[in-house]
Design a protein around this ligand. Sequence first.
Ligand SMILES: Nc1ncnc2c1ncn2[C@@H]1O[C@H](COP(=O)(O)OP(=O)(O)OP(=O)(O)O)[C@@H](O)[C@H]1O
Ligand SMILES: [Mg+2]
Length: 630
Amino acid sequence: MTEVSAHPWRGIAAEEVDEPARALSILLRRRSRALLADLLRPHRGTVALIGLLILTANLAALAGPWLVGIGVDRVPALVATRDPVPLLVVTAGFCAAAGLQAAASAWYITAIGRMGGQVVLELRARLFATFQRLSVAFHERYTSGRVISRQVSDVDAISELFDEGLDSLVSAAFSLVFTGTGMLLLDWPLALTVMAGFLPLAWITAWFRRESTVAYRRTREAIALVIVHFVETVNGIRAVQAFRREPRNEQIFAGLNEGYARASKRSMHLVALYFPGVTIVGNLAVAAVLLYGGLRVIDHAMPVGVLVTFLLYLRRFFEPLQDVSQFYSTFQSATAGLEKISGVLEEEPSVPEPAAPAALPGRPAGGGPGRELRMAGVRFGYRSAGPRAPAGAPGRAPAGGSAVVLPGLDLTIPAGQTVALVGPTGAGKTTIARLLARFYDPDEGQVLLDGVDLRSISDADLRREIVLITQENFLFSATIAENIALGRPSATRAEIAAAAEAVGAAGFIAALPGGYDARVGKRGGRLSAGQRQLVSFARAFLAAPSVILLDEATSLLDLPSERTVQRAMRTLLAGRTALIIAHRLSTVRIADRVIVLRDGRVAEDGPPGALLRGDGEYAGLHARWEESLT
Ligand SMILES: Nc1ncnc2c1ncn2[C@@H]1O[C@H](COP(=O)(O)OP(=O)(O)OP(=O)(O)O)[C@@H](O)[C@H]1O
Ligand SMILES: [Mg+2]
């Protein structure tokens, strides 16, 4: 554990594996049970059928050895009569029981598999929907590696449980109870001898459970480290290669990988000890039954057939325990997975949709001048990504305190006005844009659109009215047309082309091989930064919102493409309320009003011309910018 525990990622991994350990202590926690019950509810009929089939299979399995015992007892009498019929009847009964057992098992295994498939399908769908619905704030603390773990390995663990573990678990429990009862009914003193074998068995099983929980935890922790490191490396592959981080990364990865191999070796080792242990106890029980049972047969206290039945039952008594321990890790992964998934499923979005959304005042046909945007007494700080809020606590509870970014902001942007927001880095500009787009809710105060609090506007209305375009200009790996159509999925090809035309993107799109059907690659990687910008403008143009928020939209561009983009911007912003955040002051020229932000407060506010003539911060910024151009 040395290199592993010294690693900075350990915290992340530990966070990942804490939950299973806790979950195991009580086997299944309430929320896991509730989720499971909820998932199984539509399959109540199947569950009942499966129970019935398992019962049948177990009774049939019990009948087999019992019939063998009867047969054995009959044989000596048959020597005299030389009549094979009673033997044939018993044999036929044995075959029927064996057939019934096989058929019932085949049926319930199939039924469990089919039901498991449906449950897992439903679980995956619910998870996906939840991940999509949860707010940006959730995704900031819940890394994408963990999202992938939930969606893939945890669901897989549960699926595996249904495929192979569950039936053996349930039928092991049944067969212990049934065989035990059967033995007690047949001959209780001998049955008690067998059950004495449970004492050492309980002891080694407890040991195995304890040790393998620790080993399992270590394996999970090690593999979580391997995955986190892998995801980080691949996501940052450009930086990794640019800074020649490969050898160091390989070294770290090799260490982590080895840690994982060591941890899983320990798991294997435990299984290697436990199985022979159970076998020895089972064989000792056979020896005890043979001796004590044999003595009782000699004393005429018990027929020999019962001894044979007992010996056959013994196999059914101890073997299922081995099956269960074989699936113990499957079972652990599944309960842990279920626990973590149910944790995600009960997360509430920190920016919840209103139950009864308020209607926005209507706008004149053709759009009108946009809508008024107002921040009233807004105070806001990001929740620090400290220890996670305990499960079940509301998402908004401070999990580690927060530094105030905006101490108290009042700002009104009248309908149709274009405001440029400038200020030093870290002043809170992006934060304002996020609040205006309701990626977060303010801690105090309100953000209002045409006088309606954003918190009481439905998500659909909000996304239609306000569009935030960020530096990242996220494009999906699809065609250009599909990426533009994201603004309005119902748009026709002609409308898409018109939007591209309006923002001046049509030219470069026509030059692409495939035109509107050209695929943009992962995150739009096949386009230049400026081209991605234009595509996202076309997307926003098509969406035709009343408010546009542009964050740092042009900072990546060279001057000629910035000019193209500025032209596009004028088209885009015409007739809308707009807030542009820009470091380049050339972009600010199209604004009606400039706000200079410092430490989350408005330092200057006025028309660009007036600010320029003064000797305030904006004038200074502008002077420095002009200098930088010459
Ligand atoms: N997701 C986040 N979680 C926690 N703190 C954040 C987060 N985003 C920003 N901050 C903090 O909030 C403060 C304001 O950040 P913001 O991104 O709003 O600045 P900005 O004015 O947009 O800066 P820049 O000009 O560099 O883009 C900074 O101190 C930053 O560290
Ligand atoms: Mg910013």
